[in-house]
Design a protein around this ligand. Structure first.
Ligand SMILES: [Zn+2]
Length: 171
């Protein structure tokens, strides 16, 4: 990931350190590019020694992960009511609404992560906060539908395939 607008790091009311807008951002602006970084296959991902891992890594496809380049945008927190979402191509996080200077940037981690039985507590404070972040596959159907327009293309493909094969929640 790399920043396309001016951002600043700071203490977050959501969790630890976060990333904040240092300039006004108009709705629809590409804020962070998600094309840079080392792509890591699942086989390597599964061998990561988490207690000693100092990097940041996000899921970008069924078996592929993207390692952060050590820049500010690696620290963007999750939010259940995010102001950033992925574009149709999955190459950038764009502003879902206008963002004021000093506002924290948040994207929904379930819009990229699809781990099974993955659960991270959330205290983002949004009205929609579910108290935890889970993999896209483990979201309730209404939440999946809400995130569909802003999630990575590989998740849109999975969700569409599941909807075609059955009206029941994606397995
Ligand atoms: Zn939350």
């Amino acid at each position: 990931m790399s920043a396309l607008v001016s951002l600043v790091r700071g203490l977050s009311p959501v969790a630890g350190e976060g990333v904040f807008a240092a300039e006004p951002i108009a709705r629809g602006t590409a804020v962070v590019s998600v094309t840079e970084g080392r792509r890591v296959h699942r086989s390597e991902y599964q061998r990561i020694d988490w207690p000693n891992y100092r990097g940041r890594i996000m899921q970008v496809d069924d078996d592929w992960f993207l390692e952060g380049i050590g820049a500010i945008e690696d620290f963007i927190n999750h939010g259940c009511d995010p102001n950033l979402g992925f574009d149709a191509a999955g190459t950038a996080l764009v502003a879902l609404r206008s963002i004021a200077v000093g506002e924290e940037l948040l994207f929904h981690y379930s819009s990229c992560e699809n781990h099974e039985n993955w659960r991270v507590p959330c205290g983002c404070g949004a009205v929609q906060c579910r108290g935890a972040v889970v993999g896209f596959r483990d979201l309730p159907p209404d939440e999946r539908r809400r995130l569909l327009p802003i999630c990575l293309p590989y998740l849109r493909r999975l969700a569409t395939a599941a909807d075609i094969s059955s009206s029941s929640p994606m397995a």
